[in-house]
Design a protein around this ligand. Structure first.
Ligand code: ADP
Ligand code: MG
Length: 515
């Protein structure tokens, strides 16, 4: 078992800058120079090599922003036996890694160094800075001389909270307890998937959703949702044996079982589950033997009335290199997608995350991040983390200026001009109406309403001519645009609720486009 001895070692390691710099300087020297300052150069080199290997793996699992912010500044210091010692810039930094990346770090270090690996942290002190070229995201100074962080750092996660042990206590479930239904924000984009997941977790194997297959793009919440099923079923006693496994891990273990002649142990272990959750099944593609084993595991569990939960990055029918026998099994149950979240959901997610972390985010900062980071919830979280990190490490207030600075790095230049298209998109998102309806002939009241407001804003916020605006709305005449404009102005004067809608949409557009 891996023992990551974080808590005891923080601040315990004597941080000797002279030694470290000596070793960095001598790390390119030929072997056999002898120990310098009590540490063998080869230990440092090994530590650097091990950490580089870890970074390669971690890079695949976190977004590039979080990687830059939280992993690049970590400095490998020493490797003694199976224990890798790394240095982090601050206590807050350490806490953040523990809270947010415990599982990733844990599994990565085990993969690189083996099951007996241990990781120890040392926290850099004022007396022991290291000259490292930090990521531009956390601009210098890393530790302000008077650090008054506006952010309350989180307490480190209890170590036992990762890798929940199953009720039978004889194996690890590999479920992350942070993934619950409670902190999974509902929205149009995930409604069906969430409802199905919830039903399955309350009655595993007993609904017609078996298997339950959730698919969708990266960072949209598949892993969160499928693990929430396991966590909920375990905590409510609806299942005793739950296993979460990625298809890659399943494959690696399968190959290992063949090589060590333990294939029947392997098969019977997975076939003893009440709920088997397999993440990212697209990686089964082309791995015929593994698929064959999984196919039999699937059948056996299904026959026993046990629950199967699978996720994939695309609809099953688009999964190339997957056995047709297996694909046809998916039709026995329910397949549901998760879409990219709409603006409301993105705002709600940011609110929830900051609330959970006891951080007060001003409304305009929430809206600004949500308006600019649109495609993926992992990115959204990454931006929030970057904003908090910058605020904390540079002692800055969390405000729109800070958010703009951070997002400039993350999503590039956010100063996109407001266009008729962006107006149409924003208005439709606001009123939840399909965009093509703006161009259609329909006279349905809610569509007419959205269309008129979009025309009004197009005239207000762009330089487009009335004719061009009309063309963007299904080839309507310029007099229709004038009529829409006047009608919106009139209604705003007499109806304050209506006026609020228009103002809110305008504000969203301004956050997006800085007019
Ligand atoms: P995927 O597996 O689809 O790539 P994840 O499940 O890893 O995505 O989600 C990425 C991050 O976004 C996770 O930290 C997850 O907790 C968060 N997340 C995704 N969807 C939601 C949601 N609806 N509410 C709250 N957090 C979410
Ligand atoms: Mg995932």
């Amino acid at each position: 078992m891996l023992t990551i001895d974080h808590s005891t070692s923080v601040n315990n390691i004597v941080d000797n800058r002279a030694d470290l710099m000596n070793n960095l300087a001598s790390s390119s020297a030929p072997e056999g120079n002898g120990p310098i300052g009590g540490q063998h150069p080869s230990e440092l080199e090994q530590a650097q090599r091990v950490w580089a290997a870890c970074l390669d793996l971690i890079k695949e699992r976190v977004n590039s922003q979080s990687f830059k912010t939280w992993f690049e500044p970590v400095v490998p210091q020493n490797l003694q036996g199976g224990t890798l010692i790394v240095q982090v810039p601050s206590q807050f930094f350490y806490d953040w890694l523990e809270e947010h990346y415990y599982t990733i770090i844990n599994t990565t270090i085990t993969r690189v160094l083996g099951p007996d690996a241990a990781l120890e942290y040392s926290v850099r002190t004022e007396e022991s800075p290291v000259d490292v070229d930090y990521s531009p995201v956390i601009a210098s100074p890393i530790r302000p001389s008077q650090p008054v962080p506006p952010v309350q750092p989180l307490p480190p996660a209890p170590r036992s909270s990762s890798n929940v042990t199953s009720r039978d206590m004889d194996f690890q479930t590999y479920l992350n307890p942070r993934y619950t239904f409670d902190n999974f924000i509902k929205g149009d984009s995930n409604q069906l998937a969430r409802a199905a997941a919830s039903a399955v977790s309350n009655n595993p194997g007993g609904t017609s959703f078996n298997p339950l297959v959730i698919y969708g793009g990266t960072g949209l919440g598949k892993t969160h949702l499928i693990q929430a099923i396991g966590n909920h079923a375990l905590s409510t006693g609806k299942a005793r044996r739950v296993m979460y496994v990625s298809s890659e891990k399943f494959t690696v273990e399968f190959v290992d079982a063949i090589q060590t002649d333990r294939i029947s142990d392997f098969s019977s272990f997975y076939r003893s589950m009440d709920i088997l959750i397999v993440d990212d099944i697209q990686f089964f593609s082309g791995k015929e033997k593994t698929q064959d084993n999984f196919f039999h595991t699937f059948n056996e569990l299904h026959q026993l009335g046990k629950q199967l939960v699978l996720s994939s990055d695309r609809p099953p029918k688009e999964l190339k290199g997957l056995d047709d026998r297996l694909l046809s099994r998916f039709q026995w149950g329910l397949t549901s997608d998760i879409q990219a979240p709409d603006l409301e959901t993105r705002i709600a997610i940011l609110r929830k995350k900051s609330e959970d972390d006891h951080i007060e985010l001003p409304q305009d900062v929430v809206e600004f991040i949500a308006a600019n980071v649109t495609s993926n919830i992992r990115e959204l979280e990454g931006c929030l983390i970057s904003v908090l990190a910058r605020a904390s490490l540079e002692g800055r207030e969390i405000n729109l200026d800070l958010a703009r600075d951070v997002l400039k790095v993350v999503v590039g230049d956010v100063r996109t001009p407001i266009t008729i298209e962006s107006i149409q998109r924003t208005v439709c998102e606001y009123f939840s109406v399909p965009e093509d309806m703006l161009r259609a002939k329909t006279r349905k009241q809610e569509i007419v309403n959205a269309r008129q407001i979009a025309m009004y804003l197009a005239k207000e916020l762009t330089n487009a001519s009335l004719k061009t605006i009309g063309l963007h709305f299904g080839g309507r005449d310029h007099s229709t645009v004038i009529h829409a404009y006047q009608s919106v102005e009139d209604q705003m004067r007499v109806d304050s609720k209506y006026q609020t809608h228009v103002t809110q949409i305008k504000r969203r557009l301004q956050l997006l486009g800085h007019v």
